[in-house]
Design a protein around this ligand. Structure first.
Ligand code: SF4
Length: 346
């Protein structure tokens, strides 16, 4: 729902200021249409249905994974494609992964989104409409900005969307923004009042390899990015997640695990804050095939890499892969949009 247009439409009709909040409250609770909003007059509901599309996105396609993951492909009103995912976990968590851009201007070599053409930034309403879509399916409680796009390149819209996520059941503490290391964005997020989590897509602990995998490293070198993450922790006291996709023979060797541990340990601090809480936690991500030249590390290599990090005192988890069979797992989004784009533009 275009929230700016909602305000305008209601103001033009002389409706009281609280009416927009009333409409939003219904939408955030999972209403399926204006028809559901029973404490709003039928006349006004009819006007809204005529003048303001209930969602700024149209659903093009949905795919259901065997593990319960649900992927949705949307188009914006001007025909730009984007994808979002609902992940269902056995412990009851319902986490959504949303996009901040249609396509991505950055060109990380292992990422399907990076291989498609960048269209544009999404508006706050277009971001929220992804969340509202899944909220209509069932209650949700976590949100990660790890879909298509680099959220820090569209941070004002991302933060505007985050402000409203608690109305849908997703608190700021359960919201994570992921970045490839766009330092101005990390600094801006650190200044935000909202206690949102930060995740850094690192993927290599050596400058040269990281520049090869992620050209953005030429602009914001690794050591500067890690410093920005430490400053984020110092300001927010929120632990930073380090995302590390495991690529066979590329970044999964023992000495590379040691280099990563060294990078995160920092000068004399052991990677720990003064209260001895670790500043960083590493998430090892099994690589999902996207048609790139890379292959995923074996289960054994991932276990050995994890053990090497733990031996250095670095907290580590291995991410549970969700939705791989429907190309909804990490780095796979947009794999099918390429095909869809021709449909959308025809
Ligand atoms: S990993 Fe993120 S920043 Fe890099 S190309 Fe993919 S979507 Fe863009």
């Amino acid at each position: 729902m275009d929230l700016l247009k909602l305000d305008q439409t209601l103001a033009d009709r002389g409706e009281p200021g609280f009416r927009a909040c009333q409409v939003w409250a219904w939408a955030a609770r999972g209403a399926r249409s204006y028809e559901d909003m029973t404490d709003i007059s039928t006349e006004l509901r009819d006007v809204l249905a005529r003048e303001l599309p209930f969602s700024s996105l149209s659903l093009q396609e949905e795919a259901h994974s065997d593990d319960g993951t649900l992927k949705a492909l949307f188009a914006t009103a001007d025909g730009r494609p984007l994808e979002a995912v609902l992940m269902r976990f056995r412990d009851g968590r319902r986490s959504i992964c949303v996009s901040s851009q249609s396509g991505c201007p950055l060109t990380c070599k292992f990422c399907a989104t990076g291989a498609m053409k960048f269209a544009r930034n999404l508006s706050a309403s277009e971001i929220l409409d992804q969340a509202l879509h899944f909220r209509r399916v069932e209650p949700i409680d976590h949100c990660v900005f790890m879909g298509m796009g680099e959220p820090m390149l569209n941070l004002d819209a991302v933060l505007a969307a985050c402000e409203r996520l608690p109305d849908l059941g997703v608190t700021h503490r359960r919201t994570t923004i992921s970045t490839v290391g766009w330092i101005p964005g990390i600094e801006q997020l650190a200044e935000s009042e909202m206690p949102i989590r930060l995740a850094l897509s690192l993927h290599a602990a050596e400058e040269a390899l990281r520049s090869e995998l992620m050209p953005v490293n030429e602009r914001f070198p690794l050591t500067d990015v890690i410093e920005a993450c430490r400053a984020f922790y110092a300001r927010k006291r929120r632990r930073v997640f380090i995302e590390y996709v495991m690529l066979a023979g590329v970044n999964d060797r023992y000495e590379q695990a040691l280099a990563l541990a060294h990078l995160l340990s920092g000068p004399g601090a052991g990677g720990r804050s003064r209260s001895a809480e670790p500043i960083f936690k590493v998430n090892l991500i099994p690589y999902n095939p996207t048609g790139s030249p890379y292959e995923g590390s074996t289960r054994e290599s991932i276990a050995a890499f994890r053990a090497a990090l733990e031996a250095q005192g670095v907290p580590v988890t291995v991410r549970l892969t969700r939705g791989r069979d429907i190309a909804a797992a990490c780095g796979q989004l947009a794999a099918s949009v390429q095909d869809q784009r021709s449909t959308l533009s025809s």
